[in-house]
Design a protein around this ligand. Sequence first.
Ligand code: HDD
Length: 751
Amino acid sequence: VGATVGAIAHNAGKPEEYGDKAARCPYTGAHVPLADPSVGASSLSESEVSDKTVDAAQPGANEADGRLSRVRSDATGQMLTTNQGVPVSDNQHSLKAGLRGPALLKDFILREKITHFDHERIPERIVHARGSAAHGYFECYKPLTDLTAASLFAEKGKRTPVFVRFSTVAGERGSKDTARDVRGFAVKFYTDEGNWDLVGNNIPVFFIQDAMKFPDLVHAVKAEPHHGMPQAASAHDTFWDFVSLMPESTHMLMWVMSDRGIPRSYRMMQGFGVHTFRFVNAQGESRLVKFHWNPVLGTHSQVWDEAVKVSGADPDFHRRDLWEAIDGGNGPQWELGVQVFTEEDAERFSFDVLDATKLVPEELVPVVPIGRMVLDRNPDNFFAETEQVAFCTAHIVPGLDFTNDPLLAGRIHSYVDTQISRLGGPNFHEIPINAPLAPVHNNQRDGMHRQAIHRGRVAYEPNSLAGGCPFQAGMAGFVSFPEPDTGDELRGHPEKFAEHYNQATLFFNSQTDWEQAHIINAFAFELSKLTVPAIRVRMVASLRNVSDELAQAVADKLGMALPEPLPRAIAQPPKAEVDVSPALSLTARPGDGGVATRKVAILVAEGVDGGAVSAVADALIKAGVVVRLVGQRIGPLHAEGGAALDADASLDNHPSGVFDGAVVPGGEAAVTRLQADGRALEFLRDAFRHGKTLLALGRGAQLFGSAGIAPNDADGGLLMGGGAPAKSAAAFIEALAKHRHPERETQPPAV
Ligand code: HDD
């Protein structure tokens, strides 16, 4: 017992838990094969689909890493110097005129140190301020040359380095990870024809249809300007005032109020390019395209009570989760899928594909997998990479193009513009994390913080003095797709943009019972926080256009009468193509069935059954689970019979929210101690209420009884053991793979 458990005490065994050393060195291009990626239906032929696992992985996945090594700095074994490289003799004392005398102005060492410190902060992003990022690569399944000339899709097995940043939207840089919010999913592809930034979200639609409204939306959702509250929350008057006056936001509201707004992990959420983009092939032919990232681990979320508690227990919950998974060699993977369709297809749809508040149902156009993305390396420095990375929707490469989506048009301007003030000038493309792998040659010169040293006397074009260089690429360069003339200049929107509710209804009707219940609870919670009742009434009136069942349930929870439906912009909305889209439920993507990187607590106290602890811990670690022995305090304790154990977490520093499941081993003395510890009872009640997988061994079942949790055979996640620990552990692992057990939920919670 001591040996096994000792190995996981105080993180000493972390490498073994997460994988061996070799797997944790992705720099050499370690290739983790994709275990049967589960994605939606495909319109590719069978041979094309079965062809998608790449047989010959190319070594050296992260070319971008080599480029960054040019600027890496490592002080190991080095002397302390000033910024000018002058060795510093004393870093503890400023220069003074006498030991008790005044500090001297000529102390350039003190002044340089303080001055640099004074300027360490840069403005945070106006939205998506809080985020976490990682390096990795994208790997193409098969050539897509018939559809696009984009070089990253040109060859089977071709790898393109990526840097990906996930984020919340509303909170400030230091806010919590588990706020109810949209999550950013921004991917920078360092292609060999320049950088392509696919700046998406974990939700396939957006709140508004036109960039003209974006500053208003953001002002409404951010902390209210008079008192600076609330932080990282949409549950306040100004947000609901704005969205209740903006019916086009209703569809997106459904997604944000669903469990999509509180993901379990960045690794377990989808990503979407949101807008309709264009693929353009070498012949100049174009198809419309929507981009989808589907996580191999499946789509999983927290429940609200859990998200609230985890925000206190670990405000860095998602950042830590991503970092630890990559650090341990379990870098997350997504499949990139595309919905490809023609302009003629689009014209037939009941909605406008230029309207970012609408999605294209997968039943209408299937999602076809075209490649996979693996994140396998953590940044070396948060500021240099994660903070300074500058994503811009304007960063696009030959073979891709924009459409006339009016939201996208504003974005093409906004991102470049914002980087100029955020990163201090127009040369932000030279910051190492932003610099393309493709060579850069143009006549743009100078500006703040210029790094390149341009040679020669020619900085204009045309020229003869430099032989005409750099010369125009002509058709080999980026050629904008010739969009046909679309009419007179005017302010307004196309007719189909005026239908606001069909897809909100589609989303609600496509959810399971428990997902619908969570949506109702979320609306009721957010609206309960409003101080102006009229806003609440207007919002519930709007929900009547989505579903009377939803509106009534929300109204009941708010103790209010059901208002008349909000008048619609169009009296006769077009009939939607589909009534239900199973792909919109979180349950559509259960994941690969594995439990690697999931976290499990084994509750221990003096006198615990050490044999059971050891057997269960062994089985879990073998399955890739991260195990913590959670004690009444951290440190050594004695198992039944005297064997030494070491608790590497405590009921105070690791409450149940940070775990995916918990095990209570037997051992009479231990169970008696835990029965008298309110924290242990609270731990189990929370874990139960949050739908976690729970296992009791031997007398451990008595602790559940004390917590008010009764055995229930219908609950697939409540295993009251009885059998041998190893056998129980196997059943526990199977239940853990289901992520959560919503079938036990009652309204209000019984425990
Ligand atoms: Fe945006 C950041 C995603 C609409 C203006 N946005 C930002 C980030 C993501 C998105 C993921 C963070 C990038 C990073 O990690 O650095 N934004 C979206 C999506 C949208 C969207 C999916 C709708 C489809 N955004 C949108 C509009 C505008 C902006 C309509 C302005 C007209 N977004 C910005 C910005 C930010 C930004 C102000 C803030 C920081 C930054 O760009 O670099 O320019």
